[in-house]
Design a protein around this ligand. Structure first.
Ligand code: MF3
Ligand code: CO
Length: 261
């Protein structure tokens, strides 16, 4: 089912989106050398509850994971790219960390992910991958105008990733979002222009380009959740929730201090 939100619901999504962005920003600031992934998870839980919001993850039990996720944020280090289950690990200088968070407030969900390097021992290849996913995300958002089709967004995202030299995996991509986190339409990170569902105002999409340095193949950790690069190579992921408006797209997962300005 594809949900089209009313303006009042989009206003709620704006609040959920700002909350997600604020928490991600706070967690990025606290992700210093020595920080434990379980602390990031606990701080995230505290911020979600303090805001009167609900986690979209803690009870989530989709077919692609094992049982309820049981945590509040996805943490992926280096070769871990999607659905990273927080575990007892202290961040090291130069780790490439991906944080992915979705919360629901007042019945509307928002979803966003960021990748960044911890400390200052950044590897150039890691910085380049992060940039490629951010540029691909920007290209997808720019293509998200009313009347465009999902294939146009997929093509815009996929072209940036492919031209940057990364293989693209199509098992996991972006998605519709609204009263629940994962909805139709699916937004693959590769596609053909002119194909698929036609965008209209009130549609919310989570666009999420992600890459692995040298492969499109994922392997699952023994934890049943964490998806890693099959070759152990570095990975990166960038995600925003956007609302299709009459004229284009509004990014909803932006920090509260940059909204209502
Ligand atoms: N937010 C992720 C996505 O980008 C989904 C994470 S599901 C979880 O679609 F259960 F692993 F948390
Ligand atoms: Co998502």
């Amino acid at each position: 089912m594809i949900e089209i939100l009313s303006p009042a619901e989009v206003a709620k999504a704006r609040i959920s989106g700002a909350l997600v962005a604020d928490i991600l920003q706070a967690m990025k600031e606290r992700s210093t050398v020595g920080t434990n992934l379980l602390d990031i998870d606990r701080w995230t839980k505290e911020m979600i509850l303090a805001a009167g919001a609900e986690s979209c993850y803690v009870d989530y039990a989709p077919s692609f994971g094992r049982g309820p996720f049981g945590h509040y944020i996805c943490t992926g280090v280096n070769d871990a790219v999607l659905h990273g289950l927080p575990h007892d690990y202290a961040l090291a200088d130069g780790d490439l960390l991906t944080l992915d968070l979705a919360v629901s407030k007042d019945g509307i969900a928002a979803d966003s992910a960021i990748s960044f390097v911890v400390g200052d021992a950044a590897r150039p290849e890691g910085t380049a991958m992060i940039e490629a996913t951010e540029l691909a995300l920007a290209a997808g958002i720019a293509a998200a105008v009313p009347g465009a089709r999902i294939g146009d967004l997929s093509h815009a995202i996929g072209s940036v990733l492919t031209e940057a030299g990364y293989p693209v995996n199509v098992e996991f991509g972006g998605h519709g979002i609204g009263s629940t986190m994962h909805q139709d339409p699916h937004v693959p990170n590769l596609g053909r222009p002119g194909r698929g569902y036609e965008l209209r105002p009130g549609l919310l999409l989570a666009l999420e380009p992600w890459v692995m340095a040298d492969t499109a193949k994922l392997v699952t950790d023994p934890d049943g959740w964490t998806l890693r690069s099959a070759t152990g190579s570095l990975t990166a992921h960038s995600e925003h929730t956007i609302a299709i408006t009459e004229t284009g797209a509004e990014i909803l997962t932006v920090p509260s201090r940059s909204q209502a300005g």
